[in-house]
Design a protein around this ligand. Structure first.
Ligand SMILES: *Cc1c(COP(=O)(O)O)cnc(C)c1O
Length: 219
């Protein structure tokens, strides 16, 4: 299958999942995850009308996205990988959405950069729903307090929550937990679901899904 066919297939499956989940048509945004693929491999997706992309490394993104953004209007770039505070300036400069706000140190660094640059990416807090030691994210029990700190002390606008369920578990309960936390924190958006489970995520209320290999092929 060509990239365009795979992209159309993912879009169609999202539309079906929206309908069967009683979700409004078009209410779920597709973030096409282009990590490890170079500009020439990404351009066909842009030509097929895709505008929202996700990357997980700041440095890799700096090598391809300034050029791709210059070529096409309306590109929206999401950072979905871990962020180090020494990369906060570059991240604020390049990304439109940062989904991986996961600790106080990075929240403070972002608040400082947003002030400095006068440019504010939309922000999501990453939640470690499976409490996995190797995975980034705020513990579920600490999420409400962290969102409050970001908003009230640091003046950050937190738009949503994001999670990556443990690979070997049924993702449904993790998606349900993220949705419950979002409600408790008064946060509107839910970034959840990847190639293997995005339809399930839509059923649990995802407002965006992050799909890589189902569009671009195996990495
Ligand atoms: C790579 C990645 C994805 C996409 O994964 P696929 O299985 O290729 O769809 C989604 N979210 C995050 C955080 C990722 O790092």
């Amino acid at each position: 299958m060509e990239l365009q066919e795979r992209l159309n297939d993912v879009r169609a499956r999202i539309a079906v999942a929206e309908r069967s989940g009683g979700r409004a048509s078009g209410s779920v945004e597709l973030v096409a995850v282009s990590k490890t693929f170079d500009a020439d491999q990404i351009r066909p997706a842009i030509e097929a009308g895709q505008r929202v992309f996700g990357e997980n490394r700041v440095q890799e993104s700096q090598g391809k996205w300034p050029q791709l953004k210059a070529e096409t209007d309306g590109i929206v770039l999401h950072l979905i990988g871990p962020l180090q505070s020494n990369k906060a300036a570059e991240a604020v400069a390049l990304f439109d959405v940062i989904e991986t706000v996961d600790r106080e140190k990075i929240a403070r660094a972002l608040a400082e950069e947003i002030k400095q640059q006068g440019k504010a990416p939309r922000l999501f807090v990453q939640v470690n729903t499976g409490l996995e030691p190797q995975k980034a994210g705020i513990a579920p029990d600490d999420t409400a307090a962290f969102v409050t700190l970001c908003r009230e002390e640091l003046g950050l606008v937190i738009e949503g929550l994001m999670c990556i369920p443990p690979a070997e578990e049924n993702p449904g309960p993790h998606f349900a937990l993220l949705a419950k936390l979002a409600k408790a924190c008064n946060v509107e958006k839910l970034s959840m679901g990847m190639s293997r489970d995005y339809e399930t995520a839509v059923a649990f209320g995802a407002t965006s899904v992050r799909v890589g290999s189902a569009i671009f092929g195996a990495r």
